[in-house]
Design a protein around this ligand. Structure first.
Ligand code: ADP
Ligand code: ZN
Length: 721
């Protein structure tokens, strides 16, 4: 009799043993369906020696029900999953779950049915049908997805199918993607670019683990360099994974990829419609998806022939996932390359301090592109000391910045104003009684959004309509907006430069690929004079006519005292500054600050990146912070405050006393209430020599908590709220 061990997709269960029925063939990595009590569960066959479970006598083993018709998860991926679960103190099943596309994709190929409008337009329509007819122009998807798109019930659409307004279309799930041509439009590379590209190409040919840090200034052509490495993988019939920090950037990437390789890459993200998700997943496991572009979630997919991983804008904070499995996709990407024995390229103009350190230590090979492509100069950066050159009362743009913007407008050039704050104002209060609008679920003010006429919480999404009167004292017309958000800056621009064509770029306005594409086309076509945006506009874009960047509040990111505040500020401002002067005309950057003496600000003004990294390195060394020491956070939360506190005290009270580890807390987390949960936090600062994960597990696993308590471990945390 053949016995197998399964990793079942249920975090509480872990591993279970089963019997393989006669005639069924499975091997490690096979995805199967097994009985569990009266139910069925999905599981992956695992090497029994790598996964412990309670021994069950042979006679009690139940037979597997079915082996799914997909290739087994490859061994390097299984090793990566084990490493990830171990390093981030997560359950193996929650890591493994990230490899699976959808249940439907596991069921095999074949066809599925989607619906689209027939084009028929009856004279009389119910309002719902009329709305659906309007919303579904050019769309094709499942009934459920169309219902969501149109904002009507599935019943309405079924009715429309019956009435001949929607027709079924059979979609082949395994229809191939058009092949990318490695030499479709290869550019002439500069000398520096050629040198870097050749090293990448050699590494691809070697098919050995080699991590690279591609450290090139903004506009140096990092993308063109790694495109050469991708071309080599394509020639060899391999697959490439490109990780981008956010979906908003894919639009831009897509276009460049298509210009270079003749076809678009395969996209992977959470809002793919189900048939595209199945198609992409199946092409990935079969090795037919050549280049896959995605955010974090593309990292754990079961590529059959991975030959290269690229992490672009590798310093970006959004590579760190802060719920579910709390992992850093940049670091896991390097580990994946290690298990797959392939090269990995981390590309950035402002690498993370950790990455710089690893390059210095010789772990990563650093390749530098010190100059912009085509002789473009890096922009000139100047500081506006807001204490000496304040804006007019009630305004946020200093006179010098306004003057420069006017000049750009006369010359037909573009300006970009950067403020990393969505909405109109971060705080609304009552002039009469001092009442402040706070989120009932979070320790946070409600942010006013004038466009949507709502106050909303940026943590939990709680919203209220913008009130007319103070809810506390009842006075009307007494509410004042405090501080600026991008919407308020846009208002100011409209007042100062009424003739300027302005575009507001935030996640509120750029909420679809179409919206982003439209914005890019307008900006490139010269139909926009002033761009006002959040961090969404800091990276990726290349607008040749953009010659002025204004940073509204450089001090914003320095508040809050989180470990990486200075680094993040440096990166963000250097990136947004990098949008200026990318074409033939030189760029200028004006940074508004109240702390011109801060090390970050002077380093930016002097273009002295090395000085900044040196100062930051020393500060981290003194604090025992990464990369010199390590941090972990334990967040204990419950809807009941007393229960959360008691649990946090239990964690604190059982903390181990070790010479190489310091446990701080518990203390209320800065966001002490989040989505209705009260939160307490412990911080662990460990020397590099400490066995951090093992200690955490041995400390926390024996503890028992009431049902309502959640204990989350965050290894190498980025968020300190
Ligand atoms: P980075 O990612 O380093 O900021 P990009 O790859 O976006 O730089 O390149 C900046 C601009 O220069 C892009 O418009 C790109 O197409 C162009 N460029 C870079 N290298 C070349 C090259 N070798 N030939 C032609 N255009 C190039
Ligand atoms: Zn909230």
């Amino acid at each position: 009799m053949k016995r197998v061990r399964l990793l079942v997709f249920n975090a509480a269960l872990g591993a279970l043993d089963y019997r393989v029925p006669e005639g069924m063939a499975v091997e490690p990595g096979s995805i199967v369906i097994a009985p569990l009590g009266p139910r069925q569960v999905l599981g992956v066959v695992w090497e029994p020696e790598r996964l412990s479970t309670q021994e069950v006598p042979e006679t009690k083993l139940r037979p597997l029900l079915e082996a799914l018709p997909v290739p087994p998860l490859p061994a390097p991926l299984r090793r990566l999953m084990e490493w990830t679960a171990d390093y981030y103190c997560a359950s193996l099943s929650s890591v493994a779950r990230m490899a699976l596309g959808s249940m439907a994709a596991l069921r095999g190929g074949g066809t599925t049915t989607e619906y689209r409008l027939t084009g028929e337009e009856p004279a009389r329509l119910t309002p719902q049908r009329a709305a659906a007819l309007d919303a579904l122009q050019g769309e094709q998807a499942s009934v459920r997805e169309l219902a969501e798109l149109a904002g009507v019930s599935e019943g309405v659409l079924r009715g429309m199918i019956g009435a001949g307004l929607l027709e079924p279309v059979t979609v082949d799930l395994d229809r191939p993607y058009p092949p990318a041509a490695p030499d479709f439009a290869a550019p002439e590379l500069s000398e520096d670019q050629r040198a870097a590209a050749d090293i990448f190409i050699a590494a691809v040919r070697d098919h050995a683990f080699q991590p690279f840090l591609l450290d090139g200034v903004t506009g140096s052509g990092k993308t063109e360099c790694y495109f050469e490495a991708m071309a080599e993988v394509l020639r060899k019939g391999g697959q490439v994974l490109v990780l981008l920090p956010e979906i908003a950037l894919t639009e831009n990437f897509l276009r460049r990829f298509e210009q270079r390789f003749g076809v678009p890459p395969v996209l992977w993200h959470s809002s793919l419609k189900s048939s595209e998700r199945r198609r992409a997943w199946r092409a990935i496991v079969q090795g037919k998806a050549q280049v896959v572009v995605g955010a974090r979630s593309a990292l754990f997919l079961p590529y059959a022939r991975l030959g290269l991983i690229v992490v672009d804008e590798a310093h970006e904070v959004s590579f760190k996932q802060d719920d579910g499995v709390r992992y850093n996709a940049r670091d896991v990407a390097v580990m994946r390359a290690k298990f797959e024995t392939i090269p990995v390229i981390l590309a950035s103009a402002t690498p993370a301090l950790e990455s710089m350190q690893l390059a210095e230590a010789g772990v990563y090979r650093k390749l530098a592109l010190p100059d912009r492509f085509g002789g473009a100069m890096l922009p000139d950066i100047e500081i506006i000391d807001l204490r000496k050159e304040p804006p007019e009362r009630g305004r946020w743009l200093a006179p010098r910045l306004v003057e420069q913007m006017k000049e750009r407008l006369t010359r037909g050039e573009q300006s970009l104003l950067f403020l990393n704050r969505r909405g109109y104002a971060p705080l609304t209060l009552c002039r009469n009684c001092g009442y402040r609008f706070q989120c009932p679920n979070c320790t946070a003010w409600l942010v006013e959004h004038r466009f949507s006429q709502r106050l909303s919480c940026h943590h939990c999404g709680h919203e209220v309509p913008a009130p007319e009167a103070c809810p506390e004292c009842g006075t009307g017309d007494c509410l004042v907006a405090c501080g600026p958000g991008v919407e308020r800056i846009a208002d100011e621009v409209a007042e100062i430069l009424p003739e300027a064509r302005a575009a507001l770029v935030t996640s509120d306005t750029m909420n679809s690929p179409d919206a982003i594409a439209a914005f890019v086309a307008m900006a490139e076509g010269g139909a926009i004079d002033v761009i006002i945006g959040t961090q969404l506009v800091t990276k990726g874009y290349h607008f040749p006519e953009l010659t002025l960047v204004g940073v509204i509040d450089a001090d914003l990111g320095l508040e809050g005292g989180d470990l990486r505040a200075a680094e993040r500020t440096y990166q963000q401002i250097a990136q947004v500054a990098g949008r200026a002067g990318r074409g033939e005309k030189p760029g200028e950057v004006l940074i508004q600050t109240r702390h011109p003496e801060a090390a970050v600000i002077t380093a930016l003004a002097n273009g002295d990146r090395d000085a900044f990294y040196a100062a930051e390195t020393e500060a981290r060394r003194d604090a025992g912070a990464p990369p010199f020491g390590r941090w972990a956070a334990i967040i204990v939360s419950s809807e009941d405050q007393a229960e959360a506190l008691a649990a946090a005290r239990l964690v604190g009270g059982t903390a181990p006393h070790l010479p190489d580890m310091l446990v701080l807390g518990p203390a209320p987390a800065p966001l002490s209430l989040l989505r209705g949960r009260h939160r307490f936090r412990l911080l662990i600062n460990a020397r590099r020599s400490a066995e951090l994960q093992k200690t955490l597990r041995e400390w926390l696993e024996p503890l028992q908590f009431p049902r309502g308590v959640r204990v989350n471990i965050d290894v190498d945390p980025y968020s300190f709220v």
